[in-house]
Design a protein around this ligand. Structure first.
Ligand code: RIB
Ligand code: CA
Length: 378
């Protein structure tokens, strides 16, 4: 029997009340050794650089890479992911094939931004490495169950694989250490005025993730728009003599050229690398607590992430007054139509944050980290 949305969120709130407000912050890793991660990706120009950054970062123990359709179809995102692990000399990392399309929508790609091959036109040899046979959702389930409380999901594409895993095994959100997401925006979209691309492609999957109870850090356009690649970055990468920096320079140079041809005055944003970098060094961003929900019904706004907070609009309050405001904050939806049976637009009775949303970023320190790691000097 399908439960209504209101019933679902009410039971979610009740569960929170019973178990204590689940910390929506990443759960503390049990040890200071490299942190276990699974990277879910749709490479993708910025995904490719993010994967190379991750593979150059000793803080990460990459349990696996899972490919999803997004920027380009899965037939390209999967081999592009395999290309990156070969370039980095990391064919020890398993790559699993994921969803070839969203849960309930047709796939919308971003070849306009990432080129027909997904790497901005930069050409690399066909990968010799094969993906694992296990589908991405099952791969995630098995690793999350093998290492309870230790694995962080770093998602830099549409959330279809994650939602599929959570729908298959409802305990997974509570077995993960947390989820670091490049996605969403509280300051307008990049594929429509309302929606950021990753959430736009599969809004239903994004809603499953935000309502799952997994601790989420949302690195959205609010901060990634301030990470613009420059010619100087490309020169630095090209000057370093190693396969990773040379591949990164090639991809970055093509991306800058593509941006110029489209008449942009600045280079592309390093959306996905910022999510990986934030996992490596959380001090790169400043975050605020929000209850995030996802529009899925809008004809114009599907994929919009809405942030509810007692401090909306940056109105600062004393801690006591903030707590009081939070207790009174209702999650209000659209006004009911005359035909609607709902008596009130209130969707849930009590505010409970489900994500830390990044709103400030130290762009210079971010690029220092990214370029140093990709060059092999950091
Ligand atoms: O909106 C930016 C996101 O969409 C990035 O992950 C980029 O790779 C595209 O997938
Ligand atoms: Ca991506």
């Amino acid at each position: 029997m399908r439960i209504t949305r209101r019933q679902f969120v009410t039971s979610y709130t009740a569960a929170l009340a019973v178990t204590g407000l689940r910390k929506h912050r990443l759960r503390d890793s049990p040890s200071s050794s490299p942190s276990r991660v699974i990277i879910d990706t749709d490479p993708g120009v910025d995904d490719a650089l993010a994967l190379l950054l991750a593979m150059r970062s000793p803080e990460l123990k990459i349990e696996g890479v899972t490919a999803v359709a997004g920027n380009v179809p899965l037939e390209l995102t999967l081999p592009n992911a395999l290309r990156m692990i070969e370039i980095a000399g990391r064919t020890d990392i398993p790559v699993a094939p994921g969803a070839s399309g969203p849960l309930v929508r047709r796939l919308v790609t971003a070849t306009y931004a990432h080129g027909e091959n997904g790497l901005g036109g930069a050409v690399f040899p066909e990968p010799q490495t094969k993906p694992v046979a296990q589908p991405a959702a099952e791969f995630m389930r098995d690793r999350l169950r093998k290492y309870p409380g230790e694995v962080t999901l770093i998602t830099i594409g549409p959330l279809t694989n994650i939602a599929s895993a959570f729908n298959m095994d409802h305990e997974l959100p509570h077995l993960a250490r947390g989820l670091m997401m490049m996605g969403g925006s509280l300051s307008g979209g990049n594929i429509t005025p309302a929606a950021e691309f990753n959430v736009y492609v599969d809004p239903e999957a994004a809603r499953v993730v935000f309502q799952s109870g997994i601790p989420i850090t949302m690195v959205g356009l609010d901060v990634t728009r301030r990470t613009t690649l420059t010619e100087e970055h490309v020169r630095t990468l090209a000057a370093a003599e190693n396969p990773v920096s040379q591949a990164a320079a090639k991809i970055a140079r093509n991306a800058l050229q593509h941006a110029r041809e489209q008449g942009f005055l600045v280079g592309p944003n390093m959306h996905d690398s910022l999510a990986v970098a934030t996992f490596i060094d959380p001090s790169l961003v400043a975050c605020k607590d929000y209850y995030i929900d996802v529009e899925t019904a809008g004809e114009l706004t599907a994929g919009e992430t809405l942030g509810y907070s007692p401090n909306a609009g940056d109105l600062r309050r004393t801690p006591e007054k903030e707590k009081e405001a939070a207790s009174k904050l209702t999650i209000r939806g659209s006004a009911p139509t005359l035909a609607s049976t709902r008596t009130s637009p209130v969707i849930r009775d009590q505010y409970a944050p489900n994500a830390q949303v990044a709103f400030g970023v130290d762009s210079r320190r971010f690029f220092d980290l990214l370029i140093a790691r990709l060059s092999g000097h950091g």
